[in-house]
Each structure stands twice: as structure tokens, then as C-alpha cells.
Design a protein around this ligand. Structure first.
Ligand code: PEP
Ligand code: MG
Length: 925
């Protein structure tokens, strides 16, 4: 068994085995033998007909790369294995009438298709070529094998460019007057082989190696080197394949079998189930009398595997048996390659099949029903992120358009529409049934009506937690944020995108999954929330320990979240309810109020509106809990910017002159024409009123101006400064709960205070809650059940969690603000300024606004969980920052004992599966 040498590391004598025959290698050790090698061993050992062969380990590769030298005695071990192959196959390597030819293939622990090198037909030289001709009686076949070998070996092992060979190949084809390779006869192929040998001689100054062990050594070295080739290195970087996932490539040396020795030969590839639909059926393609590469090269059109049932019935039966054996052994859909040589089927490779999301879900549900896998296995085999494909429309993968710009993939999905540069026009066009994309530099709360009307949102500023991103995610609409290459000029109604100019009305397409923007309409594939997926997620809910809630602010968003399986609302940002066009003016009056009475007047108008919202929200979610967060953002967010106001004031002043001039003109004309009613009603006094309001707004905007508004007068600080605002909201929540209770609807509201740093803040708000509870209970006769709690989104709140838990019945981690605070990174700017560079250069592995930073933010969360539960054992704890929908975050939240995660509605299915994974993984470990 052990054919490896003893080698020395420092003073230690280590017995390192570098070579394993397929019959003896450990089929589970993919790190050592590579995925391909391990599976060849495994298949051999369960009785599948694999051509005999052996594997050289990834460790040997690493040793070679260290010193540019093969481990001492490696080739002796290889020679010993070759001798075994000779004995098994009764063929001879490098000599005789029945020559042994081998393939030399790469294969690392992670599949890296086409990234490393392979050599076929190794073992051919002048002598074995003659043997092969004699043995097969087929000169054409033998020369075809020879010329393929010389070119591949020349390229891979000797570093001679393909073009050096191709020009001769084309010459001969031209002389022969044929277009396709199949038109060449034995003479042509012989001529090509000779020319190829000349190329080698010319390019390397040496003869093509006749010694087959030299061929093998050079081939092994070349495959080892291809691990560090540019293609392979780029691929590993792109797909984040780290050394602990795959380190070095193994080399698989396998007896050649030929699918091109006649009509009783074939070669093909298959999937054990249909990878497009997941259907349990034979799936794949084959070619008779062909080599593997012909199937891929597309020179001949392969036939569907089903055809083989008539064409080669007994081989088809062998193939069905192979398929069944593979699935029942691996308990996973397999992607396999086979060759039929003179009627005998050989399996050359198998690996887990890559499938789209729909097929993954269907096969999971089917394989569980067929008792092939357990329910836990059916859940674990699906990467939660994959479900995204099923939850949003996606771009037709067949499209070939090039993007004109790219930004952050802020909310998944794909949509096309006319670009529109302001929310009002978006709303107007949307109402007439037009599809629009709202294109803004950045969005603000007052743009909300434009979001409702738009198919998608594109901004040139802001990150994944920007207003645009968060609102779009909540609505399940695609959003590309922070596309800094786009310059929006709202006044000119156009946007500059590189060399393109987008005029209002031009059609564009957004891909929120990749952050790409395209010109024109690109076809999309619709989302598919299938019954199979619903069933699978039902299993996930039974397994998971944490609940999955949604961040939703409107009844429509709540309904959507409910359909996706949300078990309540973990965050309702009440400020979003203030933005509808009928409400914003009242909110502005509230902000502009100079006295508490004036403010109360506006709040009295808002109270019934908020109450009605809550009744609807609670009813949609009943009996599940709804966490309502009291007003959080700084006031200035509800007002126009100073720049906008100055513009408006200037325009109004000009208009006042016009009105004045019109009056003068009218007065000076005898028989002046009658003006339309609206004109005569718009007097100078009206314009002055408007001007006055704008000037008051401007003054307020200036008063409210802060250098760092996100760290300024917001959240509970605002609630304490203007207690009547929180009182109105609390009253609306409790009255809505009472109305629901009277209507027989069980509700569980949770009143949440934002931006808390000390329990004194909660002590200030709590008496209002108690007073209003008593008042509403007395007025309605309904007993109210609700919770009072806090967001944990400041560093201080984490460190004072014990004290906060005295007043708070629940905690909800606001990890957007907490991350901003812990990193001192602006959540609005970091993602399109320096974070991508930090991620690319590996300073940070993930974007902490997307994936929770477990080492920093997570550590504080752990401290807060521990502190809070020391005081209140049944303290309910969740997370509602954007990271809460990411599987890695969910895994962490499970481990630290959170009760729930809350994320945007369309991410709920992903979070449900991730919550199940987290539990299963924790149990496994
Ligand atoms: C948070 O800070 O994580 C949070 C949910 O609040 P917002 O994003 O509204 O500040
Ligand atoms: Mg926050």
C-alpha cells in the first residue's frame, strides 16, 4: 500500500506517503487527494468500473512548489504504481504491442474547472505508436491520439504556445481541402504528428521525449506548477478559495480508455438528475466514436442520453446502473463523465452537481421523500443565499449586454424602466402604468412616493444601509446604490454615465444582485416561491431555534413579509409612516411649531393616522408580535435641504414680481381680459404667505443643522426634548392594540426606544407609557398586553446592558448604528469610499454593514446579552440591523443565544433556512 518515501523535515523523520492507488486512497480525504482523486478512489472501492490508476497527493505538490523539485523518490513510487497498472491491465508502459497509455489530470480539494492542466494519451512514443497501430489496426486513430498528445504535452509540459501547432494543423487541413478535423485521414494525421515533433524540436532545441517515465515526470511537474498559474491564482482570488479550503493540486494518473475506437465506443457527461429543473431523470449528452474533448469542443452535436437506450441498449442499462449507484452512495446529485470502450462502460469522474436554486430545492424535497437523505441533510445541502434566485426577478442569463455603470448591489432583483429624476414625476408616470426607475443622487424620506411607483431605484451616492437601500429592500424592489460613475443633473433632467447621456425617459435596466446598470430593457426571469420551497422552509422552521421576523413599516410590506414566512415584525420604523404625501405637511407643521400648543395641534392630527396604521399592521401580523420603534431620525430629515429652500425662495420672489406686474398691467388696461380663476386667486398675499413659510423652514433648517446629524439630536434624545411626540406615538400604539383586542384580534405590540445610552433615558419615557396604559385601559375597558424595550445600537448601551434590563423587557440590536459606532465608519459613506479597497486588499474580509463583525461588534453584543440576562433571565433579545438577514450573522446570533433575527421581508426565506443551518451546525459541533 505505502509506496511513498520517508523524507526529512529538519531533524524529524516523517513518513509521508505521496502516492495512493485508486484501490486504497481515502475517498473522504479531498484535501490530500483532491476532489477528483478522492472520488476516483471512492468509486473504485464501491465497485464502480473506473480505469485503474493512482493519485499523487497535494502535499507532494506543495513540496514541489517549495523547492521547484519533486520530493525525493516520488518518481520511484510512481514507477511502482505504474508497474501495478501494467499488471492489472496487462499492458506495458512505453513498449510492446499492447501499450499502456495514461491521462495525467489535476484536481484540488475545491473544484476549479479548466483552471489547471491535463495531459492525455501519455506514454506514446515511436515504439508504442507502432504497437497501438498494430493492436487496433487503426492507423488514423493512433496518429490522432499521437498528434493530440504531442500538442497537449508540448503546451503544458514544454510551454510551447498552441498557435505554433495550430498553424501547421490548419495548413494540412487547407492542403487536404477539409474544414473539420474529422475529414482528415491517417496520412494527414501522420503528417501533422511529424510537423508537431518538428515544432517541439525547433522550440525546445531537443527531441520530443521518447522515454515515457521522463514524459510522466515532466507532466507531473507541469500539473503541479499549474496550481500557481495565473488562471488558477485569479480563480482562487475571485471565488475566495483560501489555503484552508484547498492547498495545492493532486495529480491523477489513470489508464486511458478510448471512446473513439469504433461504433461500439462513446463518451459523454451526465447528471444524475436534471440540473435545470431538479427532475429525477437521466440527463446528459454523449457522442459515439469520440473523445471526451469532442463533446466539449462542439464540433459534433452530442445526443441526449435517452437516445442511447435505442442505440446502445446494454450500455444504457450499465449507465442507469452507474447513475443509481452514484446517487445512492453519495446521497447527492452527481455530475459524472463516462467513456464506453468496446462496449464496456467506465466512469472517469464524478462530483457533486452544481444546480440552480429551483433544482436544488426540488431535489432536496424529492430526495428526502425518497428516503435517500434525512430532513436535516435536505436542509443543509442548500446554501441559504442561493434562495435569493427564487425570490426576486433576475436578468435572463442569456443576455449579452455590457453594463454602462455599476454600483453596490443594494437590493436584489432586476427591473427595467424609463429613468426619472424625481419622485413626483415617478409617481405621476407610475400612476399611468408606465414602468419607471427612480434615478437620484441619493434619496430622502420625502421621496417615498417615488419608491412606491418605481420598479427600481438607482442612486449615485450612499451605501447598503443608505435610505435608498434599506427602503428598497423592505419593499422587495431592486436597488443599485452608490453608482459613483453616474452624475445626475436634476435641473437639466439628465444623467451623465461615462460616455453616455441618459435623458429622462430613456429605458435602463438594473440588476440589484450584481449592482450593474444596463442601457435598454433586458428580459428578466420571474421569481418562483414554489410549493417545494414552502415545504422546505416549513422544515427549517421546525428545526430552527431562533424566530425570523421582518423589518416592515407599512401594511403592504407586512403582508409581503408574512407571505415569506415572517413570524412577526422586529422593526417598524415609524418615521417611514410620516413620509406619505398627505402626512409630511403635518409633520413639517409639527417641526416648525414654535410652542408646545402649536406642536400639539399637529400631533392631534397625526394621532388618528398613526393609530389607523397600527391597527392595520397589528391585524396583518396577528397573533405575532410587532415591534414599533418610536421616532428616530433627526428632524431635518423631514425638511428640504437649505439649498433646495434657497432655490424655492428665489423662485417665489421672482414669481411675486410677476404677480405684482400682472396686477399693475391689468389695472392699466381698459377692458382687461378675465383671468382664469386660479390666477386671480393667487394674490401677492398668497405668495407672501408661501414665502413666509419657506423662510421659517429655512430658519428651522439652519437651527437644526448639525455637523454629525447621525450622532446628534435624534432618537430618544429627541423624544425627551419633545415628549409630546413620543406620547402621541405611544398613545396610538396602545389605542390600536385596544381596538384590535375589542375586535377579537390578539396583538402583542412592543414599544421600542431608539439610540439609548443610559437607563435614565428609559426612566424618562417609561412613565408616559404607564400613564397612557392606564388611560387607554380605562377609556376602552380593554386590558393591554405589550412589552417595553430598547434598541441596543450604541456602544454605551452594550456596556450598560445590566442597568438597561431593569427597565427594558426586550433588547433589539441595531447593528447598523452599532457598527458605525464601533468602527467609527460613516454608514452613509464608507461603502463607496474605502471599504471596497479594504475588502479587496484583505484588510477586512467582509463589509461589516452587510455581515456582522463578530470579533468587534459581536463581542459587544455578547457582553450585552450576558449583562441583560443576568438581570432579566427571560429578556427577549433580537437583532434588526441589516446584517440580521445574512447567514453568517444568523449563525453568530444563534450561538450567542438570541431569540430572533429581523430582516427585510424578501430576505426572510433566506434567514429561515440560515436559522435552521445555525441550529444544525451547533448540534453537530
Ligand atoms: C440600526 O441602527 O441597526 C437600525 C436598525 O436602525 P436604523 O437603521 O433605522 O438607524
Ligand atoms: Mg439605528
Amino acid at each position: 500500500m505505502c509506496t511513498g518515501p520517508s523524507i526529512t523535515f529538519g531533524d524529524n523523520l516523517v513518513n509521508k506517503q505521496h502516492v495512493y492507488s485508486f484501490a486504497l486512497g481515502d475517498g473522504h480525504n479531498k484535501k490530500l487527494l483532491g476532489g477528483k482523486g478522492a472520488n476516483l478512489c471512492e468509486m473504485t472501492q464501491i465497485g464502480i468500473n473506473v480505469p485503474p490508476g493512482f493519485v499523487i497527493t497535494t502535499e507532494a505538490c506543495l513540496d514541489y512548489l517549495k523547492g521547484n523539485e519533486l520530493p525525493a523518490t516520488l518518481m520511484e513510487s510512481v514507477k511502482a504504481e505504474i508497474a501495478k497498472l501494467e499488471a492489472l491491465t496487462k499492458k506495458t508502459f512505453g513498449a510492446g504491442p499492447n501499450p499502456l497509455l495514461v491521462s495525467v489530470r489535476s484536481g484540488s480539494a475545491m473544484s476549479m474547472p479548466g483552471m489547471m492542466d491535463t495531459i492525455l494519451n501519455l506514454g506514446l512514443n515511436d515504439e508504442t505508436l507502432a504497437g497501438l497501430i498494430k493492436q487496433t489496426g487503426d492507423e488514423r486513430f493512433a496518429y490522432d491520439a499521437y498528434r493530440r498528445f504531442i500538442q497537449l504535452f508540448g503546451k503544458v509540459a514544454l510551454g510551447i504556445g498552441d498557435e505554433k501547432f495550430d498553424e501547421h494543423f490548419e495548413d494540412v487541413k487547407k492542403q487536404a481541402g477539409v474544414k473539420a478535423d474529422v475529414g482528415l485521414d491517417a496520412g494527414h494525421l501522420k503528417q501533422i504528428s511529424e510537423k508537431f515533433l518538428d515544432v517541439v524540436r525547433h522550440e525546445t532545441g531537443a527531441e520530443f521525449p521518447q522515454d515515457v517515465m521522463t514524459q510522466l515526470r515532466l507532466a507531473v511537474e507541469a500539473v503541479f506548477r499549474s496550481w500557481m498559474g495565473k488562471r488558477a491564482v485569479d480563480y482562487r482570488r475571485e471565488f475566495h478559495i483560501t489555503p484552508d479550503m484547498a492547498n495545492g493540486t493532486a495529480v491523477n494518473i489513470c489508464t486511458m480508455v478510448f471512446g473513439n475506437m469504433g461504433d461500439d465506443c462513446a463518451t459523454g457527461v451526465g447528471f444524475t438528475r436534471n440540473p435545470g429543473t431538479g427532475e429525477n431523470e437521466m440527463f446528459g449528452e454523449y457522442l459515439t466514436n469520440a473523445q471526451g474533448e469532442d463533446v466539449v469542443a462542439g464540433i459534433r452535436t452530442p445526443k441526449p442520453l435517452q437516445r442511447m437506450e435505442q442505440e446502445m441498449p446494454s450500455q444504457y442499462a450499465q449507465l442507469v446502473e452507474l447513475r443509481n449507484t452514484l446517487e445512492s452512495h453519495y446521497k447527492e446529485v452527481q455530475d459524472y463523465e463516462f467513456t464506453i470502450e468496446k462496449g464496456t462502460l467506465y466512469c472517469l469522474q464524478t462530483r457533486n452537481g452544481k444546480m440552480n436554486a429551483a433544482a436544488m430545492v426540488k431535489t432536496s424535497v424529492d430526495m428526502y421523500r425518497e428516503s435517500l437523505i434525512t430532513r436535516d441533510q435536505s436542509l443543509l445541502r442548500i446554501d441559504p443565499e442561493l434562495l435569493e434566485q427564487l425570490l426576486h426577478p433576475s436578468l435572463d442569463p442569456e443576455h449579452t449586454s455590457a453594463p454602462i455603470a455599476s454600483g453596490l448591489p443594494a437590493s436584489p432583483g432586476a427591473a427595467s424602466g424609463m429613468c426619472v429624476f424625481d419622485a413626483d414625476l415617478a409617481e405621476k408616470l407610475g400612476r399611468t402604468g408606465k414602468k419607471v426607475i427612480l434615478v437620484r443622487e441619493e434619496t430622502r424620506p420625502e421621496d417615498i412616493h417615488g419608491f412606491f411607483a418605481a420598479e427600481g431605484i438607482l442612486t449615485s451616492r450612499g451605501g447598503k444601509t443608505s435610505h435608498a437601500a434599506v427602503v428598497a429592500r423592505g419593499m422587495g424592489k431592486p436597488c443599485v446604490a452608490g453608482a459613483e460613475g453616474i452624475n445626475v443633473d436634476v435641473d437639466l433632467r439628465l444623467a451623465y454615465v461615462g460616455e453616455h447621456i441618459l435623458h429622462e425617459g430613456d429605458v435602463i435596466t438594473l440588476d440589484g444582485a450584481t449592482g450593474k446598470v444596463y442601457l435598454g430593457a433586458i428580459p428578466t426571469l420571474q421569481a418562483d416561491f414554489s410549493d417545494d420551497l414552502k415545504e422546505l422552509l416549513g422544515w427549517a422552521d421546525e428545526v430552527a431555534q431562533m424566530k425570523v421576523m421582518a423589518n416592515a413599516d407599512t401594511p403592504d410590506a407586512a403582508k409581503m413579509a408574512h407571505e415569506y414566512g415572517a413570524m412577526g415584525i422586529g422593526l417598524c420604523r415609524t418615521e417611514r409612516m410620516f413620509n406619505a404625501s398627505d402626512r409630511l405637511p403635518i409633520v413639517i407643521d409639527m417641526i416648525l411649531a414654535n410652542t408646545a400648543e402649536e406642536r400639539q395641534g399637529a400631533l392631534d392630527q397625526l394621532l388618528p393616522i398613526q393609530r389607523a396604521d397600527f391597527i392595520e399592521l397589528f391585524s396583518v401580523m396577528a397573533p405575532d408580535p410587532v415591534t414599533v420603534r418610536l421616532l428616530d431620525p433627526p428632524m431635518h430629515e423631514f425638511l428640504p435641504t437649505e439649498h433646495q429652500l434657497l432655490e424655492q425662495i428665489r423662485t417665489l420672489e421672482l414669481y411675486r414680481d410677476v404677480v405684482r406686474g400682472r396686477q399693475i398691467a391689468l389695472a392699466s388696461i381698459a377692458n382687461a381680459p378675465a383671468l382664469p380663476e386660479a390666477f386671480s386667486e393667487l394674490s401677492e398675499e398668497h405668495v407672501n404667505d408661501g414665502l413666509l413659510k419657506k423662510e421659517r423652514m429655512l430658519q428651522k433648517v439652519r437651527e437644526l443643522q448639525e455637523t454629525n446629524p447621525m450622532l446628534g439630536h435624534r432618537g430618544v434624545r429627541l423624544g425627551i426634548t419633545y415628549p409630546e411626540i413620543y406620547a402621541m406615538q405611544i398613545q396610538a400604539i396602545l389605542e390600536a392594540a385596544a381596538v384590535c383586542a375589542r375586535n377579537g384580534i390578539t396583538v402583542e405590540p412592543e414599544i421600542m426606544v431608539p439610540q439609548v445610552i443610559t437607563t435614565q433615558e428609559l426612566t424618562k419615557v417609561k412613565p408616559t407609557v404607564d400613564r397612557l396604559k392606564q388611560q387607554v385601559e380605562k377609556e376602552t375597558g380593554q386590558e393591554l398586553h405589550f412589552k417595553f424595550g430598547t434598541m441596543i445600537e450604541t456602544v454605551r448601551a452594550c456596556t450598560r446592558a445590566r442597568q438597561l434590563a431593569v427597565n427594558a423587557e426586550f433588547f433589539s440590536f441595531g447593528t447598523n448604528d452599532l457598527t458605525q459606532a464601533v468602527f467609527s465608519f460613516s454608514r452613509e459613506d464608507a461603502e463607496n469610499k474605502f471599504l471596497p479597497m479594504y475588502n479587496q486588499t484583505g484588510i477586512l474580509n467582509d463589509n461589516p454593514f452587510e455581515v456582522l463583525d463578530v470579533h468587534g461588534v459581536g463581542r459587544l453584543m455578547k457582553m450585552a446579552v450576558k449583562g441583560g440576562r443576568e438581570i432579566r433571565q427571560d429578556l427577549k433579545i433580537g437583532i434588526c440591523g441589516e446584517q440580521g438577514g445574512h447567514p453568517k450573522t444568523i449563525d453568530f446570533c444563534h450561538r450567542v443565544g438570541l431569540d430572533y433575527v429581523s430582516c427585510s421581508g424578501p430576505r426572510v426565506p433566506i434567514a429561515r433556512l440560515a436559522a435552521a443551518h445555525a441550529r444544525l451546525r451547533a448540534v453537530q459541533s
